[in-house]
Ligand binder design. Structure first.
Ligand code: ADE
Length: 336
């Protein structure tokens, strides 16, 4: 197991890494060691997957899944993962995210967003590693034309390996056994609330942004634990998708929103059985004759709860999904 170079802010920082201003997290330094990874499995995220730290997850179990899960649906063994857990139980206190990209400066704006800055103040971290700063090719090349012909350029496996090695001081094949390494790609597992929750339990995440035609397949096959899509459309690269992932994960962490309940009972959360959130109203109680529903002004909390649950279910029905379908799509057991 190799030392991670990240915490020492090494020489390649200026050439390759940009960082938020939060202090390094000493617990992670630990000689750069990340602990407790079990025998390798490529696709993680199950409650059954091996633990790294602490007693909060069940012990490793064999998982019969040698291949990529179907695109649109979480695999069978993920279902029910959330059923026995309180909705807020398992998120990490803080997360250390590394984004590998050709455009590290794009993330400067993102770091300034309020809830992101809040998360940094609470110890989370987001650093960017520039592929180009680590290319072994003398011309600074990071991509090449596809074998077999075709349009566009493909991110090279040797370049990505060099960047991962520089960051983690180890063979990237081993790195994915101890931290989640996520390739952003339009054909990956589609991000939803259950997937975000899964990622928000991780203390360390690595996001690999593709560009042009995407990744040499050996990158995703050998270096990545996940392939993640933010939707079935193609962006020019993975950077915006990486920001979506970071945003969605960071806002789940305790304290990031400032109001503990706001991430708990929101659209598609387990608290709402995966349904869209109920409607909200604020002052004025009447505007142009449009009135706020009486029940919300009644002060009767039980009736308000029931009204909201009913509204949420009605919205889900209008959107065309049943609790069972939502559970299946999100990999979550249906709540009664
Ligand atoms: N890269 C390009 N398009 C993408 C998408 N839809 N999701 C994730 N990464 C991408």
């Amino acid at each position: 197991m190799g030392a991670e170079a990240s915490e020492e802010t090494p020489a390649w920082v200026n050439g390759g890494v940009t960082s938020d201003t939060s202090p390094a997290t000493p617990a992670n330094v630990n000689g750069g060691i990340e602990e407790g990874h079990g025998p390798g499995r490529r696709f993680r995220g199950s409650a059954l997957r091996p633990t790294r730290r602490g007693p909060r997850k069940p012990p490793p179990q064999p998982v019969p899944t040698p291949s990529m899960p179907p695109f649109d649906r979480a695999p069978v063994w993920r279902r029910g993962e959330h059923a026995a857990e309180p909705a807020r139980a398992a998120y990490a206190e803080r997360v250390q995210i590394d984004v590998f990209t050709l455009f590290p400066h794009w993330f400067d704006w993102f770091r300034g967003q309020r809830h992101v800055a809040n998360a940094f103040a609470l110890g989370s971290r987001l650093e960017c590693v520039d592929y180009r700063a680590h290319t072994p090719l003398s011309a600074g090349q990071v991509d090449d034309t596809p074998f077999g012909g075709g349009a566009g350029m493909v991110l090279r496996v040797d370049v990505v390996e060099a960047a991962l090695r520089a960051r983690y001081g180890d063979d990237p094949v081993a790195v994915r056994e101890r931290r989640r390494v996520v390739a952003l790609t339009p054909g990956g597992r589609v991000l939803d609330d259950a997937y975000v929750s899964e990622l928000a339990r991780e203390e360390r995440l690595t996001l690999l942004c593709g560009r042009y035609e995407g990744f040499d397949e050996r990158i995703v096959e050998h270096f990545c634990s996940d392939q993640l899509s933010i939707g079935r459309y193609v962006l020019a690269g993975g950077e915006l998708a990486a920001m979506v992932v970071c945003d969605a994960v960071l806002r789940k962490l305790p304290g990031a929103l400032g109001h503990e309940e706001s991430a708990h009972e929101e659209s598609f959360s387990a608290a709402l059985d995966g349904a869209p959130e109920y409607p909200h109203y604020t002052r004025p109680a009447e505007w142009r004759g449009w009135k706020v529903p009486d029940v919300l002004l009644s002060g009767h909390h039980a009736r308000i709860r029931e009204w909201r649950a009913q509204q949420s279910r009605a919205r889900a029905q209008r959107a065309g999904s049943s609790p069972g379908e939502r559970a299946q799509q999100s990999g979550r057991a249906s709540l009664p």
